[in-house]
Design a protein. Structure first.
Length: 232
């Protein structure tokens, strides 16, 4: 699964990244964010030996990839909801369809480019508009481990976070987060740096700094004050 997904991602246009293979797809929190299941047989989620990978583009799109049940020579590639979107945001909208692809990752990538990718990109546009919390909004909250979770539907902001700043897109929530391998200090520094750049790009960054009820509130992320140039 991991090998197939890695080569498959390399042959998709747009710098897609494959995540780790995960067992027990039935318990995978990401499967509820599949936008259209296509030819998926839900019996696949009943098998303990099923693995899946999620591929992520820097534009905030994700593909859910797993072996096709009872078809040893095929995989399923299923579009997931765009970053920041939930199923309520896509009600009544045409959805891109999941498809079956050959087990050869190069041919699989060609099939996705030909049969799904353009449709997926176009379908994501009205979904993002429906999910947008406001003009150029980027919302930051903190999870129970006091790690930042960023929600936005804007492609430019997602490119900054996913392609340039090392954030990951959580398949289960559609939120951006930093890798667990970073220390709290490293994560804090990266968060401040990323949010400052988003502000300079005219995004409206809202930081919800309250922590879990059992812990003291986390202070708001400080905003760097840039020195002014000499007066004329």
């Amino acid at each position: 699964m991991t090998g197939f997904a890695a080569v498959f991602a390399e042959h998709l246009p747009g710098r897609w990244q494959s995540g780790p293979a995960t067992n027990l797809a039935a318990q995978d929190a990401g499967n509820h964010r599949i936008w259209h299941s296509g030819p998926l047989a839900y019996a696949a989620f009943d098998a303990a030996d099923v693995q899946r990978c999620v591929l992520t583009s820097p534009h905030g799109l994700q593909l859910y990839v797993l072996p096709r049940p009872h078809r040893a020579n095929q995989f399923l590639v299923l579009p997931m909801l765009p970053a920041g979107c939930n199923h309520e945001h896509v009600k009544g909208l045409p959805s891109p369809h999941g498809i079956g692809v050959p087990a050869d990752p190069v041919r699989a990538a060609a099939a996705v480019r030909r049969r799904m990718l353009l449709e997926y990109r176009f379908a994501s546009m009205p979904a993002r508009r429906a999910a947008s919390p406001g003009h150029r909004q980027v919302q930051v909250a903190f999870d129970t481990e006091r790690r930042p979770r960023i929600r936005t539907t804007y492609v430019r902001a997602l490119i900054e976070l996913l392609a340039l700043d090392g954030f990951l897109l959580d398949p289960a929530t559609g939120e951006c987060h930093l890798p667990d391998t970073l220390t709290d200090e490293q994560a804090s520094r990266q968060l401040i740096k990323s949010l400052e750049r988003l502000r300079h790009l005219d995004f409206n960054v809202s930081v919800h700094s309250s922590g879990p009820p059992s812990t003291p509130s986390r202070p708001a992320v400080p905003r760097t004050v840039l020195p002014k140039g000499p007066s004329r």
